[in-house]
Design a protein around this ligand. Structure first.
Ligand code: GLC
Length: 540
């Protein structure tokens, strides 16, 4: 590898939702040892460079692990710390890095810190969370301190009868928000990072990184205006009736991430460590601030850009969005575009089956560090989970946003439970997709035109090409509004990527070069794109 490019600038990350990957205990949900068993699949069959593990910490699972009861341990349902060490070691032996999820905005209400904090008003950890008096109105009622709402529904404040104060929870009430303005809390949380860095973990994906600092005066969020009128509840849920300027994204969060970066840089002296930020900010100027600057201090290596998820499946929309982001980025910054994860619908369901192949080519040929969500390499689709089996707290309050649909078991083969688990099918934590008999690793691995074959080819081609790994990006006029055309270029190599977003064939005689790959995985010619076809060409 070029010495000037580090793994996190050129590699491909694969996200595993541990509950759904591989179960070695017949519990009906996956575990760390299951992931160890699949490392050869990840490194040899697929060929990814790093793995991001969604939370495996001890947790009451009110938000499926994003409610952490101990930041420095493994939930017994997933295994032990020794299993984690083995997973890390085995991954490193295969040249794959491990990124773990770190959830700084909130803990579980079962974390010992919160148990202490809520025990009395003068407990030394009281201020580690956000506690406030009610407002008290004239009638003796005690309304919450302000109008903030929980993203998962309802108000963001929970009344504590024993100590007669409210605590803040931006997500479910069992996820109390930590108070990052308290120096002891900050030191304790940084200690949890060191715990994993000392073990040799290669990086962190920082959960809702833009939430950790709020307006210190806890001012009300202003209302959204809809077409000049005040937002009315009938327009949607209360959360969406507010402009979220005071309950998230406060500029005081930046010094925290600068400090975190200094710690990562210190550890990077032995091997490069990385921070990936989950940041739902769509104003590019503001999003780019999360990179920090070399002059004032760097912050995230890779702030996720979620903006493509909001785009309609249209060539021009995607082109404009990518171009705008590329223009907003400082020259040294590595982008990371997101097309899917454990919070979003599956790509094949959102865009369509053929379109999802074009999306794969897009994801793996844009500049920067892509993340492939487990199962996307098979073309897995959303599963409509029947109401009585729904688990996701978000989905319980807002059914159309239920995330169970994209968290169903990985489809390995056609044995019981698609090879996830030996448990009784009724014991599976979520049901298996109906199309698992066709869409699974065993069926696809030998099919030269399968989805898996496409991902393997894309990953292989990318690995062999400096232009794709770190070349510059520039979009070009394709001659058709339905074709997104761009080049990736280094001094000695130019790749062209032509993506047909439509169901119509496109004749583009201007496109020349050697076709390295079609999303149809068959012989083809430059300049002719079939419906929903993407071509990767090397310029002579
Ligand atoms: C992030 C996670 C999501 C979780 C939420 C609260 O958005 O990706 O799964 O529910 O944070 O931690």
């Amino acid at each position: 590898m070029n010495k000037n490019h580090l793994w996190w600038q050129t590699g491909v990350v694969y996200q595993i939702y541990p509950r759904s990957y591989a179960d070695t205990t017949a519990s009906g949900m996956g575990d760390l040892r299951g992931i160890i068993e699949k490392l050869d699949y990840l490194s040899n069959t697929l060929g990814v460079d790093a793995i991001w593990l969604s939370p495996f910490y001890p947790s009451p699972m009110k938000d499926f692990g994003y409610d952490v009861a101990d930041y420095c341990d493994v939930d017994p349902r997933f295994g032990t710390l020794a299993d984690f060490d083995e997973l890390l070691e085995e991954s490193h032996q295969r040249g794959m890095q491990i990124i773990i999820d770190w959830v700084p905005n909130h803990s579980s209400d079962q974390h010992e810190w919160f148990i202490e904090s809520r025990s009395s008003r003068d407990n030394p950890k009281r201020d580690w969370y956000v506690w406030r008096d009610p407002k008290f109105d004239e009638d003796g009622n005690r309304p919450p301190p302000n109008n903030w709402q929980s993203l998962f529904g309802g108000i963001a404040w929970e009344w504590d009868e024993a100590t007669e104060q409210y605590y803040l929870h931006s997500f479910v009430k069992e996820q109390p928000d930590l108070n990052w303005r308290n120096p002891e809390l900050k030191a304790a949380m940084f200690g949890t990072l060191r715990f994993w860095l000392d073990k040799g973990v290669d990086g962190f994906r920082v959960d809702v990184a833009h939430f950790i600092m709020k307006d210190p005066a806890l001012r009300d969020n202003p209302p959204v205006k809809v077409e000049g009128e005040a937002f009315h509840r009938s327009h949607g849920r209360a959360y969406d009736s507010q402009i979220h300027i005071h309950d998230q994204g406060h500029p005081d969060l930046h010094p925290i991430y600068k400090e975190m970066r200094q710690m990562l840089d210190e550890y990077s002296a032995t091997s490069p460590r990385v921070s990936v930020g989950e940041i739902h900010v769509f104003d590019f100027e503001k999003l780019v601030e999360f990179y920090g600057t070399p002059a004032d201090g760097l912050e995230f290596h890779l702030p996720f850009n979620f903006s493509l998820l909001k785009m309609p499946w249209e060539a021009q929309a995607f082109r404009e969005e990518v171009d705008a982001y590329e223009a907003a980025l400082p020259a040294w910054a590595t982008p990371t575009f997101v097309l899917g994860n454990h919070d979003e619908g599956r790509i094949a369901t959102r865009y369509g089956e053929m379109q999802s192949r074009v999306a794969a080519m897009l994801l793996l040929t844009l500049r920067g560090t892509p993340t492939v969500y487990y199962g996307e390499e098979l073309g897995m689709t959303d599963v409509i989970v029947p109401p009585e089996k729904r688990l996701d707290p978000y989905g319980l309050s807002v059914p159309e946003n239920g995330r169970d649909r994209c968290r169903t078991p990985m489809q390995w083969n056609t044995t019981q439970n698609a090879g996830l688990s030996d448990a009784d099918p009724d014991e599976l934590w979520l049901p298996i997709a109906e199309n698992a008999a066709e869409k699974n690793v065993a069926a696809e691995v030998d099919d030269p035109q399968s989805h898996l074959a496409l991902y393997r080819e894309l990953l292989k081609t990318r690995k062999a090409s400096n232009a794709l790994r770190f070349g510059a990006y520039r979009s070009l006029d394709s001659g058709s509004p339905d074709v997104y055309l761009y080049e990736r270029k280094t001094a000695d190599e130019t790749m062209l990527i032509a993506l047909n977003f439509s169901d119509q064939p496109q004749l583009l005689p201007e496109i020349h070069g050697k076709v390295l790959l079609s999303t149809h995985l068959d012989q083809t010619v430059p300049g002719k794109l079939r419906p929903h076809e993407g071509l990767l060409l090397k310029k002579a």
